[in-house]
Design a binder for this molecule. Structure first.
Ligand SMILES: Nc1ncnc2c1ncn2[C@@H]1O[C@H](COP(=O)(O)OP(=O)(O)O)[C@@H](O)[C@H]1O
Ligand SMILES: [Mg+2]
Length: 269
């Protein structure tokens, strides 16, 4: 009987993982299928907008085309995100290209990229006033600190964290701190912000695929709720984990914790 139960449990686990693979495959397939129609929508709307003279088209039509183009571009970004998510979900630990990655360098490269993309900084062309201050990002890490990781995946993980720290932040002066420390010989890379914070009941759920907190404080912020699920997957692939400390209304610290014994240390033995 016990044997039978064990078998049943095993089968269920197997079925689940098969279902998970199938879901990821469907996700990837649908995303790829969406790419062509989206590039046609974006391409034509952009081409018409750039060639048409204002008098040839009504204001309504121009506005409609601008909206189609804007939403189409947003959808393209989301579809690329989905494809990337599906691709990374399919990876195995042995697929990683690990090397010693300079932490300070990766922190600053990712920060510059995220700051440039931050659309809360808009310049009013008529009087050249800037609507919102750019986030301040402080990086605390020695110049020569390295972590043994897949550089591309690590950059993606940090980017998702920095992006969240900027977006889920209503503070008039957004402050981020990217820092490195060692905890029981484990390498830890952390991103701290003075943003909206996360209520305790959401903390475990934010790592679920497609989970987004929707309350009056964060408001409706665009996204698909895939970022942290992706970061968790990346850390699992590295044999590490991710931790969250947050105070609602005050800020959040999310840390990437790498395993204690890594190849870097083994080599030096
Ligand atoms: N630094 C943060 N501060 C406050 N809330 C956050 C932060 N990071 C993530 N969250 C919450 O967790 C949810 C899931 O994040 P994520 O998986 O990156 O999805 P997305 O960014 O697409 O919404 C977000 O919708 C947000 O509510
Ligand atoms: Mg995100």
């Amino acid at each position: 009987m016990e044997e039978k139960n064990k078998q049943a449990q095993h089968t269920t686990l197997g079925d689940n993982s098969l279902a998970k693979d199938a879901a990821t495959r469907v996700l990837s397939l649908v995303s790829h299928k969406l790419k062509t129609p989206l590039s046609i929508i974006n391409g034509y709307s952009e081409a018409i907008l750039s060639t048409v003279k204002p008098k040839e088209m009504s204001n309504f039509n121009i506005k409609a085309l601008e909206d189609i183009n804007k939403q189409g571009e947003k959808l393209s970004v989301l579809v690329d995100k989905l494809i990337r998510f599906a691709n990374i979900s399919d990876l195995l630990p042995e697929d990683l290209e690990k090397k010693n990655v300079n932490v300070k360098k990766i922190f600053s490269e990712v920060s510059s990229k995220c700051i440039l993309r931050d659309d809360s900084i808009t310049v009013n062309s008529s009087d050249n006033t800037i609507r919102r201050k750019a986030p301040t990002i402080e990086i605390k890490c020695e110049n020569d600190t390295t972590v043994h990781a897949d550089g591309t995946l690590l950059a993606i993980a940090i980017e998702e964290l920095v992006d969240n720290a900027i977006r889920f932040n209503n503070n008039a002066s957004k402050k981020l701190r990217l820092f490195y420390y060692q905890d029981h010989e484990k390498d830890v890379l952390a991103v701290a912000d003075n943003g909206v914070g996360i209520r305790e009941e959401h903390i475990t759920k934010i790592f679920h695929k497609f989970y987004q907190i929707d309350d009056f404080f964060t408001g409706q912020i665009e996204g698909w709720g895939l970022g942290l699920a992706l970061v968790k997957r990346i850390m699992n692939l590295h044999g590490g984990n991710i931790t969250v400390r947050s105070q609602y209304g005050v800020g959040t610290i999310i840390s990437l914790v790498f395993p204690k014994i890594n190849d870097k240390k083994l080599k030096s033995i």
